[in-house]
Every structure is written in structure tokens, then in C-alpha cells.
Design a protein around this ligand. Structure first.
Ligand code: GTP
Ligand code: NA
Ligand code: MG
Length: 298
């Protein structure tokens, strides 16, 4: 938008970790965040999109970035698509001992169709025999449209162990270099706009949605419309569940106060009044209903 050009400011990169089931996405993020999410997941499977703001040390200074963790299970294709849509860079994790698998190829396709740069993390290199497999994995990646930088292509590849942390600093440095080239900026001083990455119904809180703010700053008390849902933001929670007053560009935030559960993937926008929000939500509901009727008829 034109009104943004006057006040563009640096924003943290949004980095989405994608790849086949059990290739080590959550373990990688655990290492980066110094947390232990993977161990506590039911069946060891990530169920939703996790969004985390992390300070990463680069050249001795701490730099903020936002990581999205996505599930690798085949049932969660739509989530990978959503992750790819809101991300600046896709980090695709491939386990060296398992190689390219269906959800690896799917993740590559999502990143390519979203037009975002890919960085490959070849993971589990601590495993016995893994180093013998790396050439083959790189060849498989090449024949799937990911030509390694080392072979004259455009995809940086870093060999890591998410478990021991080996070379994870290299991966982060590579990622931040790619992010710097993108010159990521947004205007924090406008009505917020962004995307719903997850939503559900909480017994105590009612409809709860996780937003990624992409422009502007979302504040407590703002009126938002997202898809067919709308409402006044009653409270905002950061990725640690702590109440916050606002969230600026790139920041993931959980929102309560909506009248309904929006759809993940819906865009949200702050508007000037509840009347406007209601009207927009109703229009959207009608057009969606028409689409459904047309789809059925067609
Ligand atoms: P989904 O979310 O279910 O798609 O899996 P994920 O990609 O998040 O994989 P997760 O982090 O849950 O790891 C799967 C298994 O691989 C766990 O048992 C991890 O401990 C193990 N693992 C992950 N990274 C490494 C690694 O670098 N080396 C070794 N040896 N094991 C690893
Ligand atoms: Na897993
Ligand atoms: Mg996981």
C-alpha cells in the first residue's frame, strides 16, 4: 500500500521449517529455542503450526526471528501450504538416513509456488552411516528442483544434527544471510493486517486464533475481521502464553475476542468499528456460501 512507503522499518524474518514426518523439524527448533517440545508430543507427531519468536546470535549480536514449525505427516498438507504462504524463507529438513520422501517433495513444491527461497538442512548426520548417504541425498534434491549451491545451484544446504546441535549455527548464519538479502520491511504504524495460522475453540477462552501480523501493529481493543469471524481483541498472548499489549510485523500472537472460530489461512484486518467488521464478515459469509453453491452446481 502507498501509505506504507513513508514508514518502512526492518522486521524479523519469518522462517518455516518443513519436511517429511520425523525428519527432525521440531528437534531442530527445540535445539534453537533450547526447549523440549518434541519429547512431549503425542505419538511424537507435531499436530499444529507452532510459532515462536527466537533471538538468534549472529556475529555476536542477538537478532530476532520467527520460526514456524509444521507437521510432516501427510494429513497436514494444508498446514504446510499455509506455512509457505506466510513465510519469508523455507527451511526444508531432510534426514540423511531417509532421504527425499513424499512430504519433502510436497514442501519443496509449496515453497516454490509461494516464491520463497529454500534452504535445506540435511539432518541426522550424527547417525552411523549418514555421511555415506549425503551425496545421494543431494542428488535426490537436485532431481527434485533443488540444485545445491555447491554444485552451482541456488539452494544452500547445511549438514546438521538437530540432536547434538552440530552445524546448527552455520544453518542459522546461512538463513540470516538469505534474510538480509530480502531487506524485509513493514510499516508498524498502521492498522494491522496478517494471516490466521491456527484457530480453535477453547473451553475457557472461547474462539482462539493465532495470527501472524504482517503489516502494522495489532493492539488490545482493536476491532478485527477475519474471514467470516470478527470481534474486538479482548486479550493478546505471546508465544509463551504471556499477556501482551500489542504485536508488530512478523510477530505471532494468540487472540481472543472473536465471535467465531476463523479458518486457518484466512487473512485478518483491523477495521475502524464493530459495524464495519460485522458488515465485512457477513459479506464474506454470503460470498463463501455462493461459492459453495456454485461448486456444488458446477
Ligand atoms: P513431525 O512433526 O512428526 O513431522 O516430526 P519432526 O520432523 O518434527 O521430527 P522430530 O523432531 O519429532 O524427530 C523425530 C525423531 O528423530 C525423534 O526421535 C528425534 O529425537 C530424532 N531426531 C531428530 N533429529 C535428529 C538428529 O539430528 N539425530 C538423531 N540421531 N536423531 C534425530
Ligand atoms: Na515427529
Ligand atoms: Mg514435529
Amino acid at each position: 500500500d502507498e501509505d506504507d512507503l513513508d514508514n518502512l522499518q526492518d522486521r524479523p524474518p519469518v522462517l518455516t521449517i518443513m519436511g517429511h514426518v520425523d525428519h527432525g523439524k521440531t528437534t531442530l527448533l527445540d535445539y534453537i529455542r533450547k526447549s523440549k517440545v518434541a519429547a512431549s508430543e503425542a505419538g511424537g507427531i507435531t499436530q499444529g503450526i507452532g510459532a515462536y519468536k527466537v533471538q538468534v546470535p549472529i556475529d555476536g549480536t542477538m537478532r530476532p526471528c520467527v520460526f514456524l514449525d509444521t507437521p510432516g505427516h501427510e494429513a497436514f498438507g494444508a498446514m504446510r501450504a499455509r506455512g509457505a504462504r506466510v513465510t519469508d524463507i523455507a527451511i526444508i529438513v531432510v534426514a540423511a538416513d531417509d532421504g527425499i520422501r513424499p512430504q519433502t517433495t510436497e514442501a519443496i513444491a509449496h515453497a516454490r509456488s509461494a516464491g520463497v527461497p529454500i534452504i535445506v538442512a540435511i539432518n541426522k548426520i550424527d547417525k552411523e552411516g549418514a555421511s555415506d548417504r549425503i551425496m545421494q541425498v543431494m542428488q535426490e534434491l537436485s532431481s527434485n528442483g533443488c540444485q545445491p549451491e555447491d554444485w552451482g545451484g541456488d539452494v544452500p544446504m547445511v549438514q546438521i544434527s538437530a540432536l547434538t546441535g552440530q552445524n546448527v549455527d552455520d544453518l542459522l548464519e546461512t538463513t540470516m544471510l538469505v534474510a538480509e538479502l530480502q531487506e524485509l520491511k513493514a510499516n508498524p504504524d498502521r492498522n494491522a493486517k496478517g494471516t490466521v495460522i491456527e484457530a480453535g475453540l477453547d473451553k475457557a477462552k472461547g474462539p482462539v486464533a493465532t495470527f501472524i501480523v504482517q503489516k502494522g501493529t495489532l493492539k488490545k481493543g482493536d476491532v478485527v475481521v477475519c474471514g467470516e469471524a470478527f470481534g474486538k481483541v479482548r486479550a493478546l498472548f505471546d508465544d509463551a502464553g504471556k499477556r501482551v499489549d500489542d504485536a508488530g510485523p512478523s510477530i505471532p500472537v494468540q487472540v481472543i475476542g472473536l465471535n467465531n472460530v476463523p479458518f486457518a489461512g484466512d487473512e485478518f484486518e483491523v477495521v475502524d468499528s464493530l459495524d464495519i467488521a460485522r458488515e465485512r464478515a457477513e459479506k464474506r459469509a454470503i460470498s463463501l456460501r455462493d461459492e459453495r453453491i456454485l461448486a456444488k452446481a458446477g
